[in-house]
Design a binder for this molecule. Structure first.
Ligand SMILES: Nc1ncnc2c1ncn2[C@@H]1O[C@H](COP(=O)(O)OP(=O)(O)OP(=O)(O)O)[C@@H](O)[C@H]1O
Ligand SMILES: [Mg+2]
Length: 266
């Protein structure tokens, strides 16, 4: 291993505590992992295991309360995201690290057309005119496979199907060509056919843009399609991690074995 090369993202001993009604609960315990350039890390685990909180920690998206304590380091290149200014974080969020929410309707603004939302995102991070932002938004919608993108620009989120909304969210996340894409169950709400199409889209992004991806899901079948390496969470702890092939071939934990056997039984 080359010790001089630092990874794109490095999470070191991340601990997250929540407090409610005077009681403190450890939500994440000693989470550490690295993400290299162009790599896709899959995070799997049952509901409530801490997948969303792990990715939200990276961009400081967890509100206080319930957050009562967060410690460790989250190094993006040379910046510790847990210890940088709000201004620094704002310039990284969306532009260098983009987040695709678990539920697109909560992330999209219902009273703005998707075109306006994508253009707003582009213009927040780039000093570009309306016309070129419009063209960029259209080509992004095209890239994520939305037919007649110019017409679709005018649509409001509720006028799109679930699959299209998810694609619009992905287009928005891609608008600033982020180095890292945090995708929180981006295919869970979709039917199987659309799910396969969205997965293809992620694979293409990996290949054509070299985007690094953290892909959260509770579905090992999805992860088998896309991830290079895998991290299994349970009750806020990493119980198993390693290259995808290795974990699929010889899982060390009974829990992972069960997850894989469920997959085989489908
Ligand atoms: N707003 C909140 N207030 C209190 N506890 C919370 C809150 N959000 C999450 N938690 C708790 O934090 C833990 C981790 O939640 P998290 O959302 O990361 O799970 P997850 O692995 O993403 O689950 P899912 O697969 O259902 O999305 C859970 O025990 C959950 O109950
Ligand atoms: Mg979640």
């Amino acid at each position: 291993m080359n010790l001089n090369r630092s990874p794109l993202l490095q999470v070191i001993d991340l601990n997250v505590d929540f407090k409610s009604e005077g009681k403190t609960t450890a939500i994440l315990k000693e989470i550490s992992f690295v993400l290299e350039k162009g790599e896709t890390l899959g995070i799997v685990g049952e509901s409530g295991s801490g997948k969303t909180i792990t990715v939200q920690s990276i961009l400081n998206l967890i509100p206080t309360p319930p957050l009562s304590g967060i410690s460790g380091k989250i190094l993006f290149k040379d910046t510790d995201l847990l210890n940088c200014s709000q201004t620094q974080l704002r310039s990284i969020r969306g532009k260098e690290i983009a987040y695709i929410f678990q539920e697109p309707m909560t992330a999209l603004n219902p009273v703005l057309s998707i075109g306006d939302q994508i253009m707003e995102m582009i213009r927040t991070h780039e000093s570009t005119g309306r016309k070129s932002a419009f063209q960029k938004a259209v080509s992004l919608l095209e890239e994520v496979g939305i037919p007649s993108p110019e017409q679709r620009m005018k649509n409001f989120p509720h006028e799109l199907s679930g699959g299209m909304r998810q694609r619009a969210m992905i287009a928005m996340a891609l608008s600033c060509n982020p180095e890292i894409l945090l995708a929180d169950e981006p295919t869970t709400a979709l039917d199987v056919t659309i799910q396969a199409q969205v997965l293809e889209l992620f694979k293409e992004l990996k290949q054509t843009r070299g985007t690094s991806i953290i892909f959260v899901t509770h579905d090992l079948g999805v992860i088998a399609e896309i991830a290079d390496k895998l991290m299994v969470l349970r009750q806020g702890m990493i119980i198993e991690e390693g290259p995808l092939d290795q974990i699929f071939k010889s899982p060390q934990q009974e829990y992972t074995r069960e997850l894989i056997s469920l997959l085989g039984g489908e």
